[in-house]
Write a protein that binds this ligand. Sequence first.
Ligand code: UDP
Length: 240
Amino acid sequence: MEKRHELYRGKAKTVYGTDDPQRLVMHYRDDVSAFDGAKLAKLDRKGETNNRINAYVMGKLAEAGIRTHFVSLLNERESLVKAMTMIPVECVVRNICAGSMAKRYGIEEGTRLSEPIFEFFLKSDALHDPLVNDDHIRVLKWATTAEIAQMKALTHRVNAVLKPLFANAGIDLVDYKLEFGHPLDDPKGDLVLGDEFTPDGCRLWDAKTGEKLDKDRFRRDLGQVIEHYREVGRRIGASL
Ligand code: UDP
């Protein structure tokens, strides 16, 4: 496999093409951003830390029979993934109320939910990722009825794997965001999990102390961001 031209530069990752049109290289940079790119910084070792944590979590999901775009770790900062056509919505699952849900409904952060709550957001920095429902997604043709059902079902399956994985490490999996797509080598098949699972896209609280171990440390200027990301990796058993 040969790495080729840059295809896309996101806020924390850069995606490169390869000599195989069905494979891409995902490069995890040290950049961190919050509030739709309004707050930016570089954090030493973030790229390698997230690359490792993501590889470990994607591996656990694959072991549980959940298809992901992850193929293999290439080096410290890069992983090989399947090229996909992405659905332009973000799937959020919440086990504990926090962040935008706490603000929107005036519910105290930390309120435990009797069952997971699923939310869709449109992927659009310009519009600040507005909350959307099934009808918006279907009628505006961002995804079909079948894809909407699959995104929900897959997200709940992911939750059933990850909630205990983090709980066993003494961590509450509060909420997180997933993205799905169709691999280029199977465009009509079932949806496959794409993007990443790292402390950048979830909330993780120490189960005993409630200490934040995720990107809220950056959003809320709590300091020692990567030290806490690495603590997460170490506790769940990712080799860092
Ligand atoms: N999230 C994300 N990317 C986004 C929006 C949300 O990774 O563009 C994650 C976020 O880190 C959190 C969960 O999804 O773990 C729910 O986020 P929320 O809606 O509470 O928004 P926030 O207040 O984090 O902007």
